[in-house]
Design a protein around this ligand. Structure first.
Ligand SMILES: [Zn+2]
Length: 259
């Protein structure tokens, strides 16, 4: 079990990594970790997450009341507390605005196509939550329906939130989302996508639990009847599936928004 000081150092280290990789600019983004059942250690507002010191971090209780720290806590603490309350399995949360994934969120496109097997295993799908004003209950309302089932969510016209058992796991999911967004963008540039078919997805579901390091509590949706519009129900063999899917056709299907 990590000590509070180790967790502070880990948040500072991961804040630097988010900044160095261009996942955040200026004072964007925030990270937090559960210290115990009543206390959350979180990043402060109004400072670069690439230039924090361990003493800049803030401890709040589950009602967002400050317990320790000289700075003000992130204005997104409500989103963090919502996730901790809804997901007792979650120990840490990362929020950032990585360029490509946020581009998808700003274009209204979910990352829900089963294009890469590792992403399917690790995250299932990455849905798109409707827009909600940052720092308000509106954002919590937009996320609440998705938090129980997913470990990574695109927030429309805003950014990405990921969470896991610990800081490392939450951060890794953020990297996976951005990397997958770049791959998805590349398929758009190439003008076609060839999603994994139903049979292959079922095999991935069956083997998912055997992959070490996959600790997501989220189920892996295979059927698109949940309204996500994933093309994973296309059970035709890949040789008979249409290729060269127009981007616009996917765009119509992809967003969760309005569903
Ligand atoms: Zn943000």
């Amino acid at each position: 079990m990590a000590t509070e000081h180790q967790l502070r150092r880990e948040i500072v280290r991961l804040g630097k990594m988010l900044h160095e990789r261009g996942f955040i600019a200026a004072c964007d983004g925030n990270l937090s970790v559960r210290l115990d059942e009543n206390r959350i250690l979180a990043t402060p507002t109004a400072m670069s997450k690439g230039a924090m010191r361990t003493s800049d971090l803030v401890i709040v209780d589950m009602d967002a009341r400050k317990r320790k720290g000289r700075r003000a806590v992130t204005s997104e603490i409500g989103m963090h507390l919502l996730i901790y309350n809804m997901r007792p399995d979650v120990g840490a949360i990362v929020h950032a605005h990585p360029t490509t994934a946020t581009g998808f969120a700003a274009a209204g496109i979910a990352l829900n196509q089963p294009l890469v097997c590792e992403v399917v295993i690790g995250l299932g799908q990455i849905p798109l939550a409707p827009y909600g004003t940052p720092g308000t209950r509106e954002l919590g309302g937009a996320l609440a329906g998705l938090v129980p089932q997913y470990d990574a969510i695109l927030m429309a016209n805003h950014g990405v939130v990921t969470y896991g058992v610990d800081l490392q796991s939450a951060y890794m999911k953020m990297e996976t989302v951005e990397h997958f967004a770049r791959i998805t963008l590349t398929t758009h540039l190439l003008g076609q996508q060839q999603p994994l078919d139903c049979r292959e997805l079922e095999k991935l579901v069956a083997t998912r639990s055997t992959y070490s390091g996959v600790n997501s509590a989220a189920p892996m949706p295979v059927d698109s009847s949940n309204g996500n519009g994933a093309s994973s129900t296309d059970s035709r063999p890949s040789s008979t599936r249409p290729t060269g899917r127009p981007i616009l056709r996917q765009r119509e299907n992809a967003p969760l928004r309005g569903s």
